[in-house]
Design a protein around this ligand. Structure first.
Ligand code: SF4
Length: 75
């Protein structure tokens, strides 16, 4: 692999060990939004990319220090 590059598939496997625990998944917030007449959004952790324009960088690189595990039923 070229220096400075990374393998997103390998990173996804790594991040899965941080943000998935059995049937639970890590989320860092739940919030309402006005789109489509009103929606509820659950923001989960576990992005395997590293976009230069990322608006959520701290959550991307510190997924191990952020969020709480929730079951699908809780979400
Ligand atoms: S912008 Fe941030 S959260 Fe979105 S895909 Fe890129 S790195 Fe992941």
């Amino acid at each position: 692999m070229k220096k400075g590059c990374y393998n997103p598939v390998e990173r996804a496997a790594d991040i899965e060990t941080v943000v998935c625990r059995g049937g639970l998944r890590k989320y860092y917030r739940f919030r309402p939004a006005r789109f489509y007449g009103g929606i509820a959004t659950g923001d989960c952790l576990g992005c395997c990319l590293r976009c230069l324009f990322c608006w959520s960088w701290d959550n991307v690189i510190r997924a191990d220090q952020r969020g709480v595990f929730h079951s699908p039923e809780q979400v």
